[in-house]
Each structure stands twice: as C-alpha cells, then as structure tokens.
Ligand binder design. Structure first.
Ligand SMILES: Cc1ncc(COP(=O)(O)O)c(C=O)c1O
Length: 376
C-alpha cells in the first residue's frame, strides 16, 4: 500500500506502540485506584498530560481527555451553549468546518440557538469584515477550524481570536489537522478552547483531548465518577493517553524535520500531477498545510479514480449518506460546482512516505487519468 490518506488517519508510530504496550499488559490498573499499581498508571497519565500541554503551551490542568475531536467538539459547543443561555444564543462558525462542528451546531439550532455559517473565499479563508459584520450583542462563541482536513487551508486563527477577544466572545478552534504539525501557542494565539485526536499524529484511534482555558466553566455532558475534573466521567483510557502523550512528545521534537521532509514530497507529488492537462489545485496554495494537496482532474470521476488506484490510498471529500452521494461541502463552499467537486481528490502525506512512493503515485495517476479521459 502507498498510503496518501494521512488526514483521515495515520499509522501508529512504533515508539508510541512501545510506550503503550506495558499499559495494555502488566500495568493495567485503573488510574483512579488508590493502590500503588493505580498510582503507577496515574503517574503515566500525568506525564502524558504534561507532554500534551507542553506541545500547545497550556497548563496540564487545562487538558481534558476524550475519545477524540468529535467528542471534544460536542462537550465544548454544547457545554458553552448551555452555560451561556442567559448571555446570548448566537454562534458564529464557517461553512467549511468538519461535520462534527456543523452537525453539533445544527443540533443546537433545534434548541433555539442561532448559528451563522460564514462563507469563505475561493481559497477557503473567511474575510475579517464578514466576520466582524456577523458579530452581534448576543454572540457567545466564534468557532473556526485551524487547518482544513480536505483542502489544507490554514485559517487566520490569530486574527479571528483577537477579534473574538476584542468583542468579549469565546473562541474555539478545531485543531485536529494542525496539532503536532505546526506550532500552537494557546496563549499567544488567544485561544479559549481547542480539540484534537491522537490518530492524526501516529497515536491510536479513540483518544483525543479538549484544551479548555483555565477559568472557563462548562457543564459536563457525561456524568458519573467525576473523572477529568468532572468534565468527562469514565475510566481513563490509560494506554491511549500514554500513546497520545508519546506521540505529542515526538511531534514536538520532530516537527521541523517532518515538515521539511513532507513538504518536499507533497510539492513533488503536486508538480507531477499538475503536468496532467486540465488539472488544478483546490483552495489556497500559500496558506496551506504542508502535507495536503486537493486536486481537480477535469472530466475524471474521483470515485472511479480512487477505486482504480487500488493499492494507493487517497480520498475525496464526498460523504455517502443513505445511498445519496453528496459533493464535498468544503469544495462547494470554495466555489466548485458539483461536477468539479466530484472530480477532486485529496492527497494527504505523512512522515512514513518516501520519494519512491511519490514517483509511483505520480505515474499511476497520470496513466489512469489519461485512460479515463480516452474513454470519454
Ligand atoms: C478537522 C477535523 N475535525 C474533527 C475530526 C473528527 O475526529 P475524530 O473522528 O477523531 O473524532 C476530524 C477527523 O477526520 C478532522 O479532520
């Protein structure tokens, strides 16, 4: 397999697995147990929390472990909505958010909340004037994804956060695609809350976290034993947490090295694919994650191309819902029509990709696109 779908998920780094193994075997004690075995696992959780906090310049006490970004988003968005009902019921977000945000906002609309889904430019970036115009007296939250999972566009998070702070509005960012890839400083960036998942940075699936700035109080969605300061009850996933901690430690140490390597591979891939006639890049070329390229191959159905690529794993943004194939809402938001959205493919690279794989992928895609077009 040539795996070019790292924005969907990543393989587990061997060093992460090695760090986790003792907590799946010998050290299986519940981290809340008072005996010395429980204290040992609790100590491992504490260390992991420190590594995670360190990666985003937060305090360890500001990290709440969850099952992943989707759960973190739900805890925060629903919690903030309930908490601020008296202050206001208006939320601002972007049309290009992940479904975890969009569908949680839709859910909140059922309970009387009003949500502004702001448009973005062809590059996927929100206009600050549009954002400013959307702010109302009853706006309680601005929610904008940092790095887009489909096109890689990097939102101007710092500017948005400043605008939110100026207006005394909370700011949340979905950092799932940027955590461990770019420098995040929650204090310098004035971020009140953010979320991420372990499986995007070579840790396992089913573990993630919510960063919640000290002093912000929200009601819990899950009630029970009072774990995670009462924010997320349930026995801690110690092995997953240790894995996320290790992956975060490695990401910090190897961030620059990974970026340099992956960017060269992405650019090589992109240049090779752009040699194919009638091919264009979707989204911003300048403000973009270094591992992602989303390319439209005109007149080539992306599902057919993905299937024909067989051992090369890439994806498109279309979601299958009960027999209905919908074009990607992100590609539609940046101005593509349905046809071009269905002709677009996302290539997302990771640290294990090699130049040989990239060369093979270029040749395969070039050949298949030519074949498909000849059949028209
Ligand atoms: C930007 C973004 N947000 C949220 C999620 C949801 O993450 P998870 O499925 O791990 O909860 C993803 C995963 O695809 C994502 O890419």
């Amino acid at each position: 397999m040539i795996y070019l779908d790292n924005n969907a998920t990543t393989p587990i780094d061997e060093r992460v697995l090695e760090a986790m193994m003792p907590f799946l075997t010998t050290h299986f004690a519940n981290a809340s147990s008072g005996h010395k075995f429980g204290q040992f696992t609790n100590e491992a959780v504490k260390k992991a929390r420190e590594h995670i906090a360190d990666l985003i310049n937060a305090y360890p006490s500001e990290i709440i472990f969850t099952s992943g970004a989707t759960e973190s988003i739900n805890i925060f968005l629903q919690g903030i909505a309930i908490k601020n009902q008296d202050k206001g019921n208006h939320i601002i977000t972007l049309q290009t958010e992940h479904k975890a945000v969009l569908d949680t906002c839709k859910h909140l609309e059922n309970f009387g909340f009003q949500v502004s889904y702001l448009p973005v430019s062809n590059e996927g970036i929100v206009d600050m004037q549009v954002l400013e115009n959307a702010i109302r007296k009853d706006t309680i939250l601005i929610c904008a994804m940092w790095g887009n999972n489909e096109i890689g566009t990097l939102q101007r998070v710092e500017e948005i956060a400043n605008k939110a702070a100026e207006n005394d509005i909370l700011f949340f960012t979905d950092a799932t695609q940027v955590y461990g890839k770019i420098n995040i400083n929650v204090n310098a960036h004035e971020i009140d809350a953010l979320c991420f998942s372990g499986h995007k940075i070579y840790a396992p699936k089913g573990i993630g976290a919510l960063y919640l700035r000290q002093g912000i109080k929200i009601p819990a969605l899950t009630h029970g034993g009072g774990h995670e300061k009462g924010m997320r009850s349930g026995t801690l996933n110690v092995a997953g947490i240790v894995g996320l901690g290790k992956a975060s430690e490695l990401a910090k140490k190897e961030m620059k090295e990974n970026e340099n390597k992956i960017k060269i591979l992405r650019d090589t891939l992109e240049n090779g694919l752009l040699e194919i006639p009638d091919t264009s890049i979707n989204g911003s070329i300048k403000d973009r994650l270094f591992n992602t390229t989303n390319i439209c191959f005109k007149d080539v159905d992306s599902d057919a191309l993905i299937t024909a690529l067989e051992d090369i794993a890439v994806s498109n943004g279309s979601a299958c819902t009960a027999h209905l194939i919908e074009p990607s809402h992100v590609l539609k938001s940046i101005g593509l029509d349905d046809k071009h959205a269905f002709e677009s493919v996302r290539f997302s690279l990771g640290k294990y990709n090699t130049i040989e794989e990239i060369k093979t992928a270029i040749v395969s895609v070039q050949k298949l696109v030519k074949n498909f077009r000849e059949m028209l």
